[in-house]
Design a protein around this ligand. Structure first.
Ligand SMILES: C[S@@+](CC[C@H](N)C(=O)[O-])C[C@H]1O[C@@H](n2cnc3c(N)ncnc32)[C@H](O)[C@@H]1O
Length: 287
């Protein structure tokens, strides 16, 4: 795995001006669309002055705002599947000040020992191995998630388990054929179990009403007591995410908060059904 330490400022300046091939399409057309959703994410989870690693981060069009608004130190790991990022990195200057460092590892995220250090946040967005596995399992099972399948690719869990420091956050955004939680509420139990295997507690889970397969999951590494403290001091709510995406009507989505740490599953189709049944029973009893 090759490590590049470059200036974050120079890295992003080049991307904004479309220097490397493909960056016009992948970065310039996207990063401004992500400003508002990333600002909300940063504020809700207090993502300021932290060490953050993005797995499969590509050009970092969302991560740009973690750097710009949150003043976070960024690291990336990516296989550079289009063979563009590495040659771009090789032409950049070494930063003059450590505060400007952006570290980029070119290689497979599976080789975690080669870039292992403690991070306060681990960020996945559209991580291919995870997305492909999910889409494949759903396609083979008529969009129902089987009870005997783990929700996340083992690489996602292994990498998270090894890199995330206590008190750290897992941020996992899925936008390519992800699990439709509204149709698969049993997945929450599976997620809780899989995350617990690496000491992580599920905090929040959101999806787009218009495309329920687009989701944002947040996990906390630590004890219940610390998670209580962290969760109870969250003030801003997530009202948008995955800024680059558009609904079928080409608008911003309606965000459904499906699960949170204090309430569990919020939007339970079965309990709504039950409450309607309870109401009908009550009406009959009173008539
Ligand atoms: C769909 S893109 C997502 C890029 C960016 N995170 C986003 O949300 O737009 C998936 C990225 O994962 C990278 N990738 C795929 N498999 C990987 C692996 N095993 N290790 C590291 N990166 C990988 C690809 O090179 C690509 O940049």
């Amino acid at each position: 795995m090759k490590r590049y330490t470059v200036s974050a400022h120079e890295f992003y300046d080049g991307l904004k001006t479309g220097k490397p091939k493909l960056s016009q399409e992948i970065f310039v057309d996207s990063y401004l669309k992500c400003q508002k959703p990333m600002d909300i994410l940063i504020k809700r989870y207090g993502l300021f002055n932290k060490c953050i690693i993005s797995i499969g981060g590509s050009y970092g069009h969302e991560e740009y705002w973690l750097y710009k608004i949150g003043n976070n130190m960024l690291s990336f790991v990516d296989i550079d599947e289009d063979n563009v990022i590495e040659s771009y990195l090789a032409g950049l200057e070494t930063p003059v000040s450590k505060d400007e460092n952006l570290v980029y590892y070119i290689g497979d995220a599976r080789n975690v020992n080669e870039y292992k250090e403690d991070f306060e946040v681990i960020y996945f967005s559209g991580f291919t191995p995870n997305e492909i596995r999910t889409a494949d399992i759903l396609a083979r099972n008529d969009h129902k998630w089987p009870n005997n399948e783990l929700p996340f690719h083992q690489i996602t869990i292994d990498v998270t388990g090894q890199l995330l420091a206590p008190g750290g956050l897992l941020i996992l955004q899925s936008y390519c054929g992800g699990i439709t939680y509204n149709q698969n509420p049993h997945c929450i139990g599976l997620i809780e179990k899989q995350l617990a295997s690496v000491g992580i507690i599920l905090l929040d889970l959101y999806y787009w009403k218009e495309s329920p397969g687009i989701s944002l999951l947040i996990g906390y590494k630590g004890t219940r007591q610390d998670a209580d403290r962290y969760f109870s001091s969250r003030e801003v709510e997530i009202s948008d995410f995955h800024g680059r995406g558009r609904t079928p009507q080409k608008s911003r989505p309606t965000i459904i908060k499906y699960y949170d740490y204090s309430q569990g599953i919020i939007n339970k189709p079965l309990s709504i059904h039950k409450s309607v049944k309870d109401l009908v029973a009550k009406l009959f009893n009173h008539s």
